[in-house]
Design a protein around this ligand. Sequence first.
Ligand SMILES: *Cc1c(COP(=O)(O)O)cnc(C)c1O
Length: 397
Amino acid sequence: MTDFSATKAMFELPEGVIYLDGNSLGPLPNTASARVQGMLTDEWGQMLITGWNKAGWMGLPAGLGDRIGRLIGAETGSVVTGDTLSIKVYQAVASALELNPGRKVVLSDNGNFPSDLYIADGLLRSLGDDYELRVVDPEDVAGAITEEVAVLMLTEVDYRSGRMHNMKALTELAHTKGVVTVWDLAHSAGAIPVDLAGCNADFAVGCTYKYLNGGPGAPAFIYVAPRLAANVRPALSGWLGHEAPFAFDLDYRPGSGIERMRVGTPPIIQMTALSAAMDIWDMANMADVRAKSIELTELFIERVEASCPDLRLASPRNPELRGSQISFRFKEGYAAMQALIAHGVVGDFRAPDIMRFGFTPLYIDEGDVERAVEIITEIMQNRLWDAPEYKVRQRVT
Ligand SMILES: *Cc1c(COP(=O)(O)O)cnc(C)c1O
């Protein structure tokens, strides 16, 4: 059983703040500062270039990949970290397309995060006019999986509402039509149990600065099913994905297995911060995290609906159909969220009217939920959001 009071003590959580935005940027693990400082002083400072070997920097992308892999049901040696999620989406979709020559449609839905759609669109434009990005409503995805489709590219948990696709069923259906799947786990990794191997998934990608607490700009990860890895030709064929980077061959030969999905020099400072976060995750069981997350979100919905009739639930009511976030619609949602943040409850806002709250059992408990609801109630019932200072739009919402 995961000891959530122990994990909560392992994060820096500012006094007076209830942090319900770990779905956007997880908080700082309290060992991360010293870990990064040690890496800077003892490794970079003292070892200089020899750190790549002596301190094991070169092994970090795959080592971190395996630790993340445990949380998402990936086989050992099938996940590698690096780059950003947008880049990993490009890599995955490009490689998936190549596995399905002759087909020219990438299917996605309008619940997907825009960056995934932009990236796919940019990739397809570079391939030629006959390629098509087909975007349908989330509930129409299953019906749109046809033998014309090369790649099904979906984000499992909708970033706005928390609605969840059925990864197993859609992957199975895709395979019956010869479609290769790319799953984005940005709002799944560390939020819900994922079983990539059990779902027979092909490609998956995700980021580590949301639920996984790797810090702003932390590297992304990519999964390739072991049955496919040897046949995948990376579109971003960088030297560190080469079979022998230090042979400095003029021709690219892909590295073995998942190593070929590496591109260039890994961000070691950022990976050191992520490894501090993974020390906490190593102690967590995703089934426990899920059970606790459902308790917290059910409590939150019940209390908010009882005291704030102006807020309309935008997330699925059935906990089995949503991830670990709860969203409410409110016309003045931007101002209401600014007022909440000013009163110590940090969530975020997604246009046009979504107030979003993430529930992260590693450091949020029932007491936090109850206090958060008291503050939300005070702000909604007394219309405290209706003040000019809360209506000024900031650059990041
Ligand atoms: C957060 C998120 C991104 C962000 O991509 P970055 O390259 O890390 O900025 C992309 N896709 C999805 C589905 C996300 O939730």
